[in-house]
Design a protein around this ligand. Structure first.
Ligand code: 5HC
Ligand code: ZN
Length: 176
């Protein structure tokens, strides 16, 4: 009997796996404009995940997400917990020193400070679409000054097609 030929599975490395997980996590966000997901990883093991949303117990429906209200306090932006922030909160009592953070969007300056203070040593991001804005210039500067390694993720895995408004691009990876 002829033996069935088996294709060797393509290896899915840490970067492709954990960024995909960050994007999957982002789908839980109620933000209709920008869904962001993040995960924290130590030595190839998942420590926690987070996505952007209102603080626990605050309804998602009491304030508009779209930034159209006249006063700042009537918009969602100042209230929302960022994906990275929630990933840190969700870690429980685990030590984050030496961890890698995967995030769909480049961290803001407040999350950059948390990254440094928690001892995270590497940040992998998919999009830095707001990089010219001051708060991201400052964020990058904070990470650089604190010697946090920052790198852009370039997908190389063929089996994934994920979409997220974090990048405004379909995340269509292909094996190179
Ligand atoms: N790194 C990030 N993580 C996040 O979770 N967000 C969230 C907060 C908001 O819900 C949404 C849009 O953020 P902003 O562009 O208005 O600020 O994305 C935004 C950024 C960008 O700083
Ligand atoms: Zn942030």
């Amino acid at each position: 009997m002829a033996e069935k030929s088996r294709e060797k599975p393509i290896e899915m490395d840490d970067d492709n796996f954990f960024m995909s997980l960050a994007f999957l996590t982002s789908d839980r966000s109620k933000d209709p404009v920008t869904q962001v997901g993040a995960c924290v990883v130590k030595d190839g093991i998942l420590i926690s995940t987070g996505y952007n949303g209102m603080p626990w117990g605050c309804s998602d429906d009491i304030l508009p997400w779209d930034g159209t209200a006249k006063n700042e306090e009537e918009n969602k932006r100042p209230y929302v917990c960022h994906a990275e922030f929630n990933a840190f909160v969700n870690r429980g009592d685990k030590d984050l020193s030496g961890c890698t953070l995967y995030t769909g969007l480049f961290p803001c300056k407040d999350c950059a400070k948390l990254i440094v203070q928690t001892g995270i040593t590497t940040v992998v991001y998919m999009s830095d679409k707001h990089k010219e804005k001051k708060k991201y210039i400052i964020a990058r500067d904070i990470l650089e000054k604190a010697n946090v390694e920052v790198r852009e993720f370039v997908p190389t895995y063929s089996k994934l097609t994920l979409k997220s408004s974090a990048t405004q691009n379909p995340f269509t990876a292909s094996q190179k």
